[in-house]
Structure formats: structure tokens, C-alpha cells
Design a protein around this ligand. Structure first.
Ligand code: FAD
Ligand code: FES
Ligand code: FES
Length: 474
């Protein structure tokens, strides 16, 4: 058992023990290391000013790099990782091409957002050599600028087209890091702080389950994107935790026949990639799920257990009849997600259990699926209302219907009466208009900053008509 975490910060090897391990990376960088290039604006993953590149060991023992928000990455999550900050990307006094492009295209004014944009653009040049306005805008969806405006920044992105090698990552001795990390990964980690802080990083699922049974008070942390925000807002401090996002055995995404099996610790970027071919409707929703920095860390398991009625994955999981695999030292059980939630943030998970897998049946050839997310902004916004529809038809008539709406009650709501109203009816505007009207009687939304209860009812009704206008029966 190791009692410190080990990671690399740019070229420097870092060891951390004790209470220091419980700090957000951005706080530690700025106040402990004096590295103020990484800015903090929102502290809740919304603005991207704190963007860094993070390399972590993939299932093949190789470092894989992605951008994340340092304000909601805690040091304990960084064990056996390589952090690259904006200070680490220039070389020998020469700016990185992304920095140079920002200067030359006048992409910065006050400069507060600039390091975050630079890091996202630097990552873009690592992953591809050609960029369009559309790919640049997608990449930068998690970065906000409030004074320069985006035109100059996108221009900087376009100026990076065809950037010649060597790339940024080739400047680091990744082979040496990988060799060291792969040896260290054979030990679990325990860190105790002076004020009762406790951190465990189990070596495998078996150990995680034993820890869960012995110390059920430990908060499970996967991506930490929900928990990190709660911590930073002082709502629920992360002081006694068990980290699980590194457990490859529960992070795999694979297609098995007609189902997609998604490990609970799979992050949304991996699920996004896996759904492009097999479930394009979910893929489209995941493209506007948060932004890349969040998707690279956030997991499907976290989304399910956070139990928000506006969690974007849930309508899809409901209408396709996803089964949740819950595992403890006593064994494994499967629960239909439609029976999992029992009230607002209440669900059928025992204190000794971990959600380990989501079994998602893929739509059959004769099924039509519609998934909708309505929010004030397209990117990086919380849903006002979500809707999932899964219908089967034969000879122009609807033979089966599963419908689920979010943002309209304490949990996702199955619209059973609207389902009944659809079955046996023709695929027509009148059919969907009537079902939408019936759906409004099954929901009890609240009014809040994202919309009034009445507005939400109108949205649900209109989404039925949108589905009809956009989709044809298979
Ligand atoms: C800026 C921002 C934008 C966001 N945008 C969206 C969005 O567009 N749509 C959306 O739906 N959500 C969004 N979220 C919420 C969040 O990113 C998701 O809910 C995410 O999937 C949570 O995953 P995580 O791994 O980060 O969870 P964590 O924060 O690690 O954990 C969340 C909860 O789940 C528990 N948990 C995690 N994994 C397991 C497991 N395997 N077994 C048992 N318990 C577990 C934790 O103990 C905790 O209670 C956003 C968050 C932020 C900060
Ligand atoms: S400070 Fe805004 S995302 Fe981290
Ligand atoms: S340059 Fe000021 S916020 Fe972007």
C-alpha cells in the first residue's frame, strides 16, 4: 500500500501525502506552486479558464492525454497521471504554436480566459492537423471568453491548420513515466490527513468492493464533476473518498450482439465515440452534454447515481430499458433503470454496492428513437426539459411505445398514458398531438430559473410534434 500519490507536472515528478492531496489541482497549482497561468473564474467546470492537459494510463498501460478542468480535478485523482499546464507548453523561450496564433490573431484582451483556450487549442493540434471552424468551435465549447469575442479565437484555431511536427507530447519522456506508473499501479493507495481526511485508491474492483463493505461512509469519486462542484460550493466536502475512475475493469464500452455494455466508470468521451455508429441519437445528445473538458472526466455511473431528474443520459436509458448491474462482496444483481429511482435523489443502491455496468439494449431495426434536450444555450447548459421516445411500428401503425421525460418532476417520468394513447394508432400528426397533450397531464414540473412549469408542459407537448415532423417510422 502506497501512502502518497505520484504524478508528473510538466517535467517535474511530484509526490503528495496527507491533507494536501484533497485540494483541487487549480488551487494547488496557483497557491502551492505559484503557477498562476492556470486561471480560476467559476470553480465549477463552466468556463474552461483552468483547462489543463491530463495524461492517464489507459487499459493498455499507455498514457492517453485529454483536456480537463483543473478546478474540479482533485490531486488525489491525479495519481499516476501527467499534468501539462500552460507553463509547460512553450519551449526554449519559444511560444507554442497555439500561443503564437492567439497573439497573431488578436485572440486575447484581458487574458483571463486565454490560457484555457490555448490549452484546448494545443490539444486540438495534438489530435489532428486540419481544423474547420466547426471542429474548432466544438473543441472550444467548454471555454468562455467575455471580452475578446470568439471570432479572433476561432481564427487562431484556423491558423493552426497543418501545424508541423514535432508535437507537444513528444517533448516529454512518456516512456519513462509509463514504465514507472505501470509498476506503481500494482499497489493500492491510502492517504490519511491530519483532520480525518481519508483517501483510498483500490488496485482492482475486488478491493473496491471490500472497501465499500468495510467503510460505506467513503464517498465514491469517479470523474468528480458533480462532487467537485458540490465541494467547491462548500455543500459537501470531499474528505473521505474512494476513487474508482482508474478501474479499467468497470470502464470498458463494448458492443455484445444487440446490446451495448458500458462500464460504470466509462467517461462520456468514450461513450460518445462508441455510440456514433450504434446509437446515433444518444451520440447527438452526448455531443451537447457539457463540453469536452467535462466529458473527458465525467462518467455514466456518476450521472446515474447523482440522480438528477435532468441528467441527460436518463431518458435514453429509460426508453431502451437499460439494466444496471450493482455489485457488492455478496454478488451481483441487475435492476431495470425504470425501477431504480424511488424519489428525488433516492434510488435502490445498497450501502455496500457499487454500480459497475450499464447494459443498454440497442434499438431493433423496426424501432424509431427520438432523444431531445432543450436548454437555454446549445452547449454546456443544464437541460430545461428532456424527452426520450422509442417506438415500433408495423404497416403504418404504432405497435409499441416507451416514453420518458426529464425536468418535469422529482425523477424521470415514464409517460405511461401517452404510451397507451400511441399504441394501435396510425403514425400521424393528430396521433402525436394527442399523445403530447396526454403527456402534459402526467407530469408535474416546477418553475425555476430555466423555465416556468407551464413552459415546460408546452415544451413536452411540442417535442412530440417535433418528433413527428422530423422522424419517419422505420
Ligand atoms: C460544467 C458542467 C456541465 C455539466 N453538464 C451536464 C450535462 O450537460 N448533462 C448532464 O446530464 N450532466 C451534466 N453535468 C453533470 C455531471 O458532469 C454528470 O452528472 C456526470 O456524468 C457525473 O459523473 P462523474 O463521474 O463526474 O460523477 P462524480 O461526481 O464522481 O459522482 C457523482 C455521484 O455518483 C456517485 N458515483 C459515481 N460513480 C459511482 C458508481 N460506479 N457506483 C456508485 N456510486 C457512484 C458518487 O459517489 C456521487 O454521489 C455537468 C457538470 C458540470 C460540472
Ligand atoms: S474555473 Fe471555470 S472551469 Fe475551472
Ligand atoms: S480575453 Fe478577457 S475573457 Fe477572454
Amino acid at each position: 500500500m502506497r501512502e502518497k500519490i505520484v504524478f508528473y507536472l510538466n517535467h517535474e515528478r511530484i509526490e503528495i501525502a496527507g491533507a494536501e492531496a484533497f485540494q483541487p489541482l487549480s488551487t494547488w497549482l496557483r497557491y502551492r506552486k505559484g503557477m498562476t497561468g492556470t486561471k480560476v473564474v467559476c470553480s465549477e467546470g463552466d468556463c474552461g479558464a483552468c483547462t489543463v492537459m491530463l495524461g492517464w494510463l489507459n487499459a493498455h498501460g499507455k498514457l492517453e492525454y485529454r483536456i480537463v478542468d483543473a478546478c474540479i480535478q482533485f490531486l488525489f485523482q491525479l495519481d499516476l497521471c501527467h499534468v501539462i499546464t500552460v507553463e509547460g507548453i512553450s519551449e526554449g523561450g519559444h511560444l507554442h504554436p497555439a500561443q503564437k496564433a492567439m497573439v497573431e490573431c488578436f485572440g486575447s484582451q484581458c487574458g483571463f480566459c486565454t490560457p484555457g483556450f490555448v490549452m484546448a487549442l494545443a490539444d486540438l493540434t495534438e489530435k489532428a492537423e486540419t481544423h474547420t471552424s466547426a471542429t474548432i468551435k466544438d473543441k472550444l465549447a467548454g471555454n468562455l471568453c467575455r471580452c475578446t469575442g470568439y471570432e479572433a479565437i476561432v481564427k487562431a484555431g484556423l491558423a493552426l491548420n497543418g501545424i508541423p511536427s514535432p508535437k507537444l507530447l513528444e517533448r516529454f519522456d512518456r516512456k519513462a513515466m509509463e514504465e514507472e506508473f505501470n509498476v506503481l499501479a500494482t499497489h493500492s493507495v491510502k492517504i490519511a490527513g491530519a483532520n480525518g481526511e481519508l483517501f483510498f485508491k483500490p488496485q482492482n474492483l475486488d478491493e473496491a468492493l471490500k472497501l465499500r463493505a468495510a467503510l460505506p461512509q467513503l464517498k465514491i469519486v469517479a470523474g468528480g464533476t458533480d462532487l467537485g462542484v458540490q465541494h467547491n460550493k462548500g455543500k459537501s466536502l470531499l474528505t473521505q473518498v474512494m476513487f474508482i475512475a482508474h478501474l479499467h475493469e468497470i470502464a470498458e464500452v463494448k458492443q455484445l450482439g444487440e446490446t451495448l455494455e458500458i462500464g460504470a466508470a466509462a467517461n462520456w468521451s468514450d461513450v460518445l465515440a462508441a455510440t456514433e455508429q450504434h446509437l446515433p441519437e444518444l451520440h447527438a445528445i452526448l455531443k451537447i452534454f457539457a463540453a469536452e473538458q467535462i466529458r473527458n472526466a465525467a462518467t455514466i455511473g456518476g450521472n446515474i447515481i447523482n440522480a438528477s431528474p435532468i441528467a441527460d443520459s436518463l431518458p435514453c436509458l429509460y426508453v431502451l430499458g437499460a439494466r444496471l448491474v450493482l455489485t457488492s462482496i455478496s454478488g451481483t444483481r441487475e435492476v431495470d433503470i425504470n425501477a431504480f429511482y424511488t424519489g428525488y435523489k433516492r434510488f435502490d443502491l445498497q450501502p455496500n454496492e457499487i454500480l459497475t455496468k450499464v447494459i443498454l439494449p440497442l434499438p431493433a431495426n423496426d424501432a424509431t428513437v427520438g432523444l431531445y434536450k432543450v436548454s437555454k444555450r446549445r452547449d454546456l447548459d443544464i437541460s430545461t426539459v428532456t424527452l426520450g421516445l422509442h417506438l415500433k411500428t408495423r404497416a403504418g401503425k404504432i405497435t409499441e411505445a416507451q416514453l420518458a421525460a426529464g425536468g418535469v418532476g422529482a425523477t424521470i417520468v415514464r409517460l405511461r398514458s401517452a404510451e397507451k394513447a400511441l399504441v394501435g394508432r396510425e403514425w400521424s400528426e393528430a396521433t402525436f398531438a394527442q399523445a403530447g397533450q396526454i403527456a402534459t397531464s402526467e407530469i408535474s414540473p416546477q418553475s425555476d430559473v430555466r423555465g416556468s412549469a407551464e413552459f415546460r408542459k408546452v415544451l413536452v407537448k411540442n417535442l412530440f410534434l417535433k418528433f413527428y415532423a422530423e422522424r419517419q417510422p422505420v
